[in-house]
Design a protein around this ligand. Structure first.
Ligand code: ZN
Length: 467
């Protein structure tokens, strides 16, 4: 019995061994395909490289019988199949490899404008623009999300595959530019002495504050009564204390050349109570300004000097005494005499007159008792800042003319087309001039003349010195 059981066990073992052999045999009879690396993940636009495969049946290699097919497009996201097929006994044996093409590249954001952006204090940043491009989705600009923070703006975007990108634009709050001042009419200006400077205008613009023209301050050393070159300086400061400075050069030229017919009525040797008041009345009625070269006629007539001044005429100096022997005896004597009347007029009008007329004129011959004195004095008065005026139209009212008619005709026959400085007198009793003056004025007005008083800016008329 024991022996029989052993035999049965032996037979079973043999049967199992044979069965196993057949199992192995049948498995190996089917062609088998084996893939290297299995499934694969690729990025967009990667190149798919076949990782390799093997095929065999029993122990014979069939790799070269394998047909490989795939529809991989690495330009498109997707999962693709690579199919490995082998035909055997009219039967197809297949193996599949899965290839996934993924977009793993984030989009980009490009900021237009500046980064960091400089923004004026207290102003808000004005977006300068941006652009987002994704390698797969294309333009994603509309998907960009902006988040404003105090000192920066965060731009972020996500593509359809979930890839994320963000970029910061930093904001710096500061005014980094000076204002700009622009001078209208250019930065050079010229005028004739005595004319009024007319500011041509200016504008100040600041990048942050805008128009700050009303904050411009000007400083100037301009003296329109003195020939020379001057400067007007324009300065402005913006709210960040940045300053701008610009200057305009102003040139004060000499006296304006006369290009019209001008009459300067001048009256020497006054004032007098018999002539001056009525003369002033006529001038007032005719609205004409004249020039009075006054003498020191005593304090009782000071009111006439005052009236001349207050009515807008020029009070100029003739001398104190009109005594030729005395005033032309020496330079000192001349200026001593002149200073008496100068001080007197200044005390009456408050202004120190610097316009003079030599008694007898600078061409007088009566001073020849002191040869050369007029040559010296004409230079000396200039050196001391005086302007002296002779005349170029005589009225003859202190000489050959005996009637108002003669005075009138003497004047009008000598009138020229430029500056006419007419010599007349308002000494006591000179009625012929008083009675001629209205006619002279009317003649002038009817013939295109304007009447002006002498000022420090009037072109000087000088005689030739004759001593
Ligand atoms: Zn005189």
């Amino acid at each position: 019995m024991m022996e029989k059981e052993e035999n049965v066990l032996f037979v079973v073992a043999i049967i199992l061994l044979i069965a196993d052999f057949f199992v192995v045999f049948f498995l190996n009879v089917i062609p088998k395909i084996r893939l290297e690396k299995g499934n694969i993940v690729l990025n967009l636009n990667d190149i798919y490289i076949e990782p390799g495969y093997h095929a065999s049946k029993l122990y014979s290699d069939m790799t070269n019988k394998v047909i490989v097919n795939n529809n991989i497009n690495t330009k498109r996201i997707g999962t693709y199949k690579v199919i490995y097929t082998i035909y055997y006994n009219g039967q197809a044996y297949q193996k599949v490899r899965y290839v996934s093409v993924l977009d793993q590249t984030p989009p980009t954001i490009t900021l237009k404008g500046s980064n960091p952006a400089i923004v004026c204090p207290k102003k808000t940043y004005e977006e300068e623009g941006y652009e987002s491009i994704d390698n797969y989705d294309g333009d994603l600009t509309k998907n960009v999300i902006l988040k404003n923070n105090t000192n920066h703006i965060l731009y972020s975007v996500r593509d359809h595959s979930g890839n994320f990108f963000s970029i910061k634009r930093n904001i710096q709050y500061e005014d980094n530019e000076e204002p700009v001042i622009t001078l209208k009419g250019g930065n050079a200006y010229s005028l004739y002495i005595g004319e009024t400077y007319q500011e041509p205008g200016y504008q100040a613009i600041d990048n942050c504050d805008g128009d700050i023209t009303n904050k411009v301050t000007t400083t100037s050393n301009l003296d329109t009564n003195k020939i020379g070159s001057y400067e007007i300086i324009y300065e402005v400061k913006d709210s960040s204390s940045r300053t701008a400075k610009i200057s305009r050069k102003v040139v004060v030229l000499g006296p304006k050349p006369s290009n019209g017919k001008i009459i300067y009525l001048t009256f020497d040797d006054g004032p007098s109570s018999s002539i001056t008041p009525e003369l002033l009345d006529i001038l007032k009625e005719e609205n004409v300004k004249a020039t009075f070269f006054v003498l020191n006629r005593g304090s009782s007539l000071d009111y006439l000097i005052k009236r001349e001044y207050e009515e807008g005429h020029t009070v100029a100096l003739h001398g104190s005494s009109h005594n030729y022997k005395q005033i032309y005896s020496s330079v000192t004597a001349f200026f001593d005499d002149l200073s008496i009347i100068q001080n007197k007029v200044e005390s009456i009008t408050g202004e120190k007159p610097m316009i003079i007329r030599f008694p007898g004129g600078s061409s007088n011959t009566i001073s020849r008792f002191n040869p050369g004195i007029m040559t010296i004095l004409t230079k000396e008065v200039k050196a001391r800042g005086y302007h002296y005026f002779d005349w170029n139209v005589g009225s003859g009212d202190s000489g050959e003319a005996h009637t108002a008619d003669e005075v009138y005709h003497n004047v009008i026959k000598n009138l020229g087309n430029n500056n006419n400085i007419i010599l007349m007198h308002d000494f006591g009793g000179n009625y012929k001039t008083l009675h001629a003056i209205r006619k002279i004025i009317q003649y002038g007005k009817n013939n295109g003349y304007t009447f002006e008083k002498i000022t420090m800016n009037t072109l000087e008329t000088h005689h030739r010195v004759a001593n």
